[in-house]
Design a protein around this ligand. Structure first.
Ligand code: ACM
Length: 538
């Protein structure tokens, strides 16, 4: 080889690998990417090589490739093409959800210890394709840069919560959101199905919960306002519809955590069955938002039985191992004014309403444990005075929350997280300042969402594994339409996906912002509304 040729070759190779790196925009950013030289040509006729155990994942990829290539690849047990395999030994290095994706000159392979890992490898591969690939048949073959991605998530809990009580959105939108979660490797859909303003899940034993509780006559139109929309609002999921969504999520390696609020945020249920309430005055599903008056009358064994009956149907429906019971913002006034609650407290040696809530929550926790599942609740379940309204000396609280509970931190001093993990609780950190999607972009800009660290500053490393991860929450009091909701969610969801997945040392906001471009193109092609920094309304 003449020296001048040698120079040209070097330049060509460098150019090639620079070209490759620029085009690799995977969100969440993987733990490690090693770049090679050259590219793999993805063409019509490529096969997917997968064992029976990966049938669903292979089908998922075949559907995607079929869209861009115009012909759905065949799935074969052996041969050459895009190979996927489960190798249990990889668990040591990659855990349950990690994977290795290798793009070579003659083929692509995805290896992981589990089908979830393989599924996440597929999500990275999707992001190596042009953003229009899944929406328009490609005219030319696709060049995928030679590289090896070795990737492991930072946290096992990467959640998105949707509040459908305040404004019901329906199956189609939920599936659309599950698709986006899957692409972003988020594994937990926290479904807020009951609250004061609407009960959204069919419970066969108590049909009035949806006959009455899923409908309200009107809706408060804006904060601190007497204005109403003048429109009724309603909607609920039958158990059949819920099963369909559970299956849809399962194929995308997403577990659904249903939230059934108790003992507060209960007024839609109380409107349906007034004997559930403490005040005896609740007759309608509220049309206004904010902290409501009534709470379940948990001093009545029939009410506790009702809640257990509801949970029985929830256990039978949802295969996941966590059930969220809410537990936030209970209005203790309802119990202070209830003779039966006060009598019950005396009989059971409960000195305060805080103790009463913990006593009740532990009954539910035991019930959920017996079903082989775990209870989760907002951090009020610990009894901390996070609303600065109880003036309760923590020393006076005698009841202690069951240790199997998962504490969902959303409000209060971050030291409460430290204390909870030191006491042995597992915590999901959804600090409202950092993770609430109903907040404006002025209050929670993308850079702030991105910078969030679920592990509080200064937490001793021996407790880090007790922080299971993070959730981001789409509360919907003031978000009636799908378009508004999507604008609140996107692009922040991508930032939270990276918070949950990417190692801290790999996080970089500038790189993240640059990588967003491809996702934004996808969202545009899918008709998903998203916020742009240049939008003048926040
Ligand atoms: C909450 O935002 N009330 C958990």
């Amino acid at each position: 080889m003449k020296f001048s040729h040698f120079i040209i070759l070097i330049i060509a190779v460098n150019f090639n690998s620079a070209f490759a790196q620029e085009n690799v925009q995977i969100i969440p950013q993987p733990s490690q990417i090693e770049y090679g030289q050259g590219s793999f040509s993805l063409e019509k006729g490529v096969n997917i090589i997968a064992p029976q155990a990966l049938e669903n994942e292979a089908e998922f990829l075949a559907d995607i490739l079929g869209k861009g290539l115009g012909i759905k690849p065949e799935i074969l047990p052996e041969g050459k093409g895009i190979e996927m395999e489960i190798e249990p030994d990889l668990h040591k290095h990659l855990g349950k959800e990690g994977y290795v994706l290798e793009v070579g000159l003659s083929g692509i392979s995805i290896n992981a210890a589990t089908s979830s890992g393989v599924f996440y490898g597929i999500q990275s591969l999707r992001q190596l394709l042009p953003s229009a690939f899944e929406f328009t048949q490609q005219k030319e073959k696709i060049e995928i840069p030679i590289l090896t991605v070795t990737d492991v998530p930072r946290f096992p809990w990467r959640a998105f919560m949707l509040d459908e009580s305040r404004h019901f959105k329906g199956s189609r939108e939920v599936k659309k959101l599950l698709d986006q979660m899957a692409l972003l490797k988020m594994n937990t859909f926290h479904w807020h199905l009951t609250d004061d303003q609407g009960w959204r899940i069919e419970i066969k034993k108590y049909p009035r919960l949806t006959e009455i509780g899923s409908k309200r006559k009107d809706t408060q139109a804006s904060r601190k306002s007497e204005k109403r929309t003048g429109e009724p609002h309603e909607g609920f999921y039958t158990q059949e519809q819920i099963k369909e969504i559970i299956d849809y999520a399962k194929l995308r390696h997403i577990t659904i955590v249903p939230e059934i609020e108790m003992p507060g945020h209960a007024m839609a249920a109380v409107a349906a069955y007034p004997w559930l309430g403490s005040l005896g005055t609740t007759t309608e599903v509220p049309v206004v938002f904010g902290k409501m008056d009534d709470s379940f009358n948990i001093a009545d064994p029939n009410v506790v039985q009702f809640l257990k009956d509801v949970l029985d149907e929830v256990f039978a429906l949802f295969p996941g191992n966590v059930v969220h019971i809410g537990g936030d913002e209970v209005n203790f006034k309802a119990w202070e004014e209830s003779e039966s609650a006060q009598r019950f407290m005396k009989q059971n040696d409960l000195e305060s309403e805080v103790d009463l809530q913990i006593f009740f929550t532990n009954q539910m926790s035991n019930y959920i444990d017996k079903a082989g599942k775990r209870m989760m609740g907002w951090n009020e379940i610990l009894g901390d005075d996070i609303h600065e309204e109880r003036q309760q000396d923590p020393e006076l609280i005698k009841q202690k929350l069951a240790k199997s509970a998962i504490v969902h931190f959303w409000k209060g001093d971050l030291n409460l997280i430290n204390r909870a993990v030191q006491e042995g609780y597992d915590v999901v950190n959804s600090n409202h300042w950092d993770t609430y999607l109903d907040y404006t972009y002025e209050r929670t800009p993308l850079s702030k969402s991105y910078a969030f660290d679920p592990v509080p500053d200064g937490l001793e490393s021996k407790y880090h594994s007790r922080i299971l991860g993070t959730g981001t929450q789409m509360w919907s009091e003031w978000i009636p339409s799908v378009a508004e909701m999507e604008r609140q969610i996107f692009p922040r969801l991508a930032a939270y996906a990276e918070v949950g997945w990417t190692p801290v040392k790999k996080k970089n906001f500038e790189r993240f912002q640059a990588s967003l471009e491809k996702l934004q193109q996808r969202w545009t092609l899918q008709g998903i509304n998203f916020y742009k920094e240049t939008d003048d309304t926040k």
